[in-house]
Design a protein around this ligand. Structure first.
Ligand SMILES: Cc1cc2nc3c(=O)[nH]c(=O)nc-3n(C[C@H](O)[C@H](O)[C@H](O)COP(=O)(O)OP(=O)(O)OC[C@H]3O[C@@H](n4cnc5c(N)ncnc54)[C@H](O)[C@@H]3O)c2cc1C
Length: 395
């Protein structure tokens, strides 16, 4: 049972309406806090609404980034429980095409076991029985619990449930500046892009959940959050070329994931780093590379018609100079209580991670917010079934 917003003792302002902000609004509302979320555009219009739509099993990260892999498999299991009907239960294959891929095979299978990721080893014939369009010269494959999700509808279920429980969710409202006095953040100056009005929203804690924009928003409070925005290109090809998520079995590289989405096949991705998350171009050579690498997994990719190509920026944690391509940086997430890291009260940042791990990120961040406010309330998001995504827009 949640109390009415007017009776709630503390007000938290969340900046950023991607999956991370939405999941946090849900968690804090369930813990009895009064929550306002502001998003400068449409909800999920940042990186969240633009990714492949792959519910990661964690297998992609098992060899090089065990922390992210374990987060993914834990959250994959929880999300299937709390979001029934949202995922296509199609599973994923990691496919070895070359001798070099086979050299990675044993390490991959062992790493999946070490991270608790169920992995079923398949012969070439078994893999082709699952996916007849695979490259017939494949050598072996491993089946893992990847799945397809709708990149917008899954997180919108968190928004919908937060709204049902009293959160105030405002889209097209941009934070122009933070209100900071004597190293205490007490609110934000916002512009409503529909009415044009500028106003101030005060809060006991402000949470920066702006993904690749985290560094910019943190700078409004005079603190540094080292984010390397890392864009990647994705292609939507006409035709459903596979029914399972198909991955190449090697260290993460370009064009090595194919995700079936409705009647399309999404191929991704590349990875480079930029200074500004608005720098989202779609280089032609990346489009060609997606075609070339994708066709190594499924030869029909080479002949498939391009419906669209786009890019999105990952919010990877790392300073300038730490990375050239972004693949060197972990896919895990981080929460900063800026009172502890920078001596600035009333301000918390949550960034990094994956869409797959949005609930777990929110849980950790909500624990920190509650601790700061002296609120003792258990996280209930592991078991709370989410409302339908359509409720996020209900009047
Ligand atoms: C190419 C690519 C492929 C990916 N594929 C997958 C995948 O298949 N599966 C998976 O699990 N993960 C995937 N990811 C990762 C995943 O998309 C991100 O980790 C996740 O979406 C980040 O969500 P977020 O809410 O933290 O950030 P965002 O979704 O970017 O949300 C931040 C929001 O803050 C808003 N904002 C910024 N500044 C302000 C301001 N001043 N005032 C108000 N609002 C503001 C922005 O408009 C934005 O909507 C992929 C990422 C990339 C780049």
């Amino acid at each position: 049972m949640t109390s009415a917003p007017g009776t709630r003792p503390f007000h938290v302002l969340i900046v950023g309406g991607g999956g991370t902000g939405g999941a946090l609004a849900h968690d804090l509302t369930l813990r009895g806090l009064h929550v306002t979320l502001v998003e400068r555009g449409e909800f999920t219009s940042g990186t969240t609404g633009r990714h492949h739509g792959l519910l990661h099993s964690g297998a992609r990260y098992a060899v090089g980034d065990a922390e992210s892999a374990i987060e993914c498999i834990e959250e994959n299991t929880i999300l299937r429980r709390i979001c029934p009907g949202t995922f296509e239960e199609n599973g994923g294959l990691f496919v070895a095409i070359t001798d070099e891929d086979m050299e990675y095979y044993d390490e991959f299978v062992k790493a999946c076991a070490d991270c608790g990721i169920p992995a079923q080893e398949l012969t070439r014939e078994q893999a082709l029985a699952f996916e007849p369009n695979l490259n017939p010269s494949l050598k072996a494959a491993v089946r893992v619990p990847d799945a397809t999700m709708d990149a917008m509808r899954m997180p919108l279920r968190f928004f919908a449930t937060a709204k049902r429980n009293g959160a105030d969710l405002r889209n097209y409202v941009e934070v122009l500046d933070l209100v900071v006095n004597n190293r205490v953040v007490s609110g934000a100056v916002v512009r409503d892009h529909v009415t044009g009005k500028v106003a101030e929203i005060s809060a006991d804690v402000v949470v920066n959940a702006t993904g690749p924009w985290s560094e910019k928003v943190a700078a409004m409070a005079g603190v540094d959050v080292p984010i390397r925005p890392s864009p990647g290109v994705m292609l939507a090809l006409r035709g459903r070329l596979c029914n399972m998520v198909v991955n190449r079995m090697h260290r993460s590289g370009d064009g090595d994931i194919i995700v079936p989405q409705r009647a399309l096949s999404i191929i991704g991705t590349s990875s480079w780093t930029v200074d500004d998350p608005e720098e989202l171009d779609v280089p032609e050579d990346h489009v060609q590379r997606m075609y070339e690498e994708g066709a190594k997994l499924i030869p029909d990719v080479a002949r498939a018609e391009l419906r669209s190509a786009w890019s999105a920026a990952r919010p990877l944690i790392g300073s300038r100079g730490d990375a050239d391509t972004g693949r060197e940086l972990s896919r895990t997430f981080k929460t900063y209580d800026h009172a502890e890291t920078d001596g600035v009260e009333g301000f918390v940042t949550i960034t990094g991670g994956k869409a797959t791990t949005l609930r777990g990120m929110a849980e950790l961040c909500a624990d920190i917010v509650c601790r700061k406010l002296g609120v003792e309330a258990e996280c209930r998001t592991r078991e709370t079934e989410l409302a339908p995504h359509s409720e996020a827009y209900a009047a």
